[in-house]
Structures are given as C-alpha cells and as structure tokens.
Ligand binder design. Sequence first.
Ligand code: HPA
Length: 267
Amino acid sequence: MLELMKNTASFISDRVNFRPQVGIILGTGLGSLADSIEVHSVLRYSDIPNFPVSTVEGHKGQLIFGTLGGKRVVAMQGRFHYYEGYTPHQVVFPVRVMKFLGIEYLFVSNASGGVNTDFKTGNLMVITDHINLIPNPLIGPNVAELGPRFPDMSEAYDRSLIDMAREIAAREGIALRYGCYVGGTGPTFETQKEYGYFKAIGGDAVGMSTTPEVIAARHMGIPVFGVSVITNVGLSGEKSTHEEVQVEGAKAAVNMTKLFIEMVRAL
Ligand code: HPA
C-alpha cells in the first residue's frame, strides 16, 4: 500500500510539478468551489495510476491543482464512498497521496441530513466532532511511516481552524451552525427511527462520507477543517432524494466557497 501511494504521488508530482499546501475534498453538489481556483492543472482520476474511479452522479472525478486565496491547493472534485463498494483503504487512498504531495491541511466538505431539529435545509454546519459508523480505514497492519497504531482522535477537527471559521464567518456575514457529523455507510437514506437514533447518540447531521478521510488525515497528523451542508432535514418526515441533495448543495456552495477561500487565505 505504501509503495502504491508513493508511486502515485511521484507520478502526480512529475506530471503537475506543483506542491500543494492545502488539500480540499469537495462533496456532493459542492464541486463548484473548483470554479474559484486559478487552475494550474487538472488530472482525471482515470488517468492516475492506482486511483479508484468515482461512479456517482454529481461527482466529476478529478484532481484540480491551482491557487485559491493565494495558497497552492489540490482539490478532489468527487470522492470515493464506502457504499460504492470500495474498501476503506481505497476510500482514503487519495488522502494518503495528498499527504505525500505535501499538504499541510485538509479541508473536507459534504452534504448531509440534519438530525438536529433546529437545523434548516441549506444551513452550513462546521463539523466540530464526528461519530464514525463506517468500517475504520486504519484496520489492518499499521504503517508506522504514516502514523501511530492507536491515533488520538480527541481533536479530530482542529480547534484553531474552527475558531478561525467563526471569526471569518462573522466578518463575511455567513451564518454557521456547529455540530457532530455521523458518518454512516449509506447508500440508503435513514428511516425516521434511524434519524432519531443518530440524534439520540449526539449527532447533529448524518451523511455517507468524510469520517474515513478525516481518520486517515489525523493518523498522518494533518489538521482538518470540515463543513457539512444540510441538504435535507431528517426528522421532518419528508422524503430524501439525491436530486434534492445536489440542488441544496449547489445553493449552499456559494457561502461554503467564500468561507473556504477566506480561511485558506488566512492560514
Ligand atoms: N442521510 C445520509 N446522507 C445524506 C443525507 C441524509 O439524510 N442527506 C445528504 N446526505
């Protein structure tokens, strides 16, 4: 696995000749942040050796290298989900590769269903903690070169980055919520009782991604900042659809993009 990561990273480095400082993962409906990147180069996942290929509608499947908020970034437009059938190791492979490319921070985004009953569709939630219910990507032999066998997760989401988000949002007039993201396997949306269960265990929003990538990043000591777009409200009794998630994601992407740009600038 380590060899594959290193080979993939050196393939990419040779191709793009660009050392990113920040990695960004764009979730469902949030790919438009990429329009704000001053693009240096783009690599399709299908052209990158050892990269899985994204299969979901609304996920483009490419790495975008360029400048955002005056910093060198690499953005994943489209990610790999456990529900697509990838192993947990495959899901986090790109995060491992981004570390070898040089990233010092990871910004993650996703679409989720609100289980906090104060939340409304279109809200942006800064992820302050998570509950991972997806098989852990660190299961298996530990690669000491990547990180420790038993990584600490007490500050999975970097507190100083959360404070920075609070300040920037106040300055820019962006309304933010804060809460705990539950990473479930999907691909089903939750039953009413499941939404209630996630609320009861301390979740504020539930989605089908992100926790594996955050675990891999923290394993490697990378500080993480995460934002979740509440695209539907789980306990409303309304039906949840992928189309709704894409539409609401696209609307909220405007504020999320503004927040990410200003945060990256302030790093
Ligand atoms: N549940 C799980 N994942 C999601 C949801 C949801 O309600 N909305 C967007 N992603």
